[in-house]
Design a protein around this ligand. Structure first.
Ligand SMILES: [Zn+2]
Ligand SMILES: [Zn+2]
Length: 176
């Protein structure tokens, strides 16, 4: 019997196991399975292994999500500890907002708007819309452009309706 090959997982909690490298749990699983009479304990061990894999994936997702907005947190930390001003915070906020916007680059192809950045068809090309694409409806009373900017529709526009007409150039599907 070799001692310590399981890195004392018997004493660890889930956080320690999620952060640990090497595979003491897999060693434990194989040892239990090898006995032939401890399959129920092996099954439970496999369940823990699966849960830990999910936990690691979730932690990676949180890290990916958190990283950009941490710049905003950092600026707030600096602002509130008086190492920086509100101006610095506003700048960090603005940079974060800019960075998270989808950066579409619209090119006219026939009467369609094509994004050369993500290679997607973005809709009808519009010569009057600020983002080059026709918009036919409002969200919360505003026209939301591709980059997230919100624009007021012309006065008198029914902001609850989608008649299929562009709110900028007025063209409908039949006009194309
Ligand atoms: Zn794009
Ligand atoms: Zn249009």
């Amino acid at each position: 019997m070799s001692g310590g090959s399981y890195e004392y997982i018997c004493n660890r909690d889930s956080q320690e196991l999620a952060e640990s490298y090497g595979d003491p749990l897999t060693n434990m699983l194989e040892r239990l399975l090898g006995l032939g009479y401890a399959n129920d304990a092996a099954t439970e061990t496999q369940g823990v292994i699966d849960d830990l894999a999910e936990l690691r994936a979730l932690m990676a997702r949180i890290d990916r999500r958190m990283r950009p907005v941490q710049q905003v947190w950092r600026a707030m930390e600096w602002w509130d500890s008086m190492d920086s001003s509100e101006e610095g915070f506003r700048r960090a906020l603005e940079e974060w907002r800019l960075a998270r916007q989808p950066k579409h680059v619209i090119e006219q192809r026939g009467n369609r708007a094509h994004c050369t950045h993500c290679d997607n068809e973005m809709g009808w090309h519009c010569s009057e819309s600020p983002d080059g694409v026709c918009h036919t409806f409002c969200t919360d009373g505003k026209i939301v452009l591709l980059n997230g900017d919100k624009v007021d529709p012309k006065p008198g526009t029914d902001t609850d309706a989608d008649f299929g007409e562009c709110l900028f150039c007025g063209k409908s599907e039949e006009d194309r």
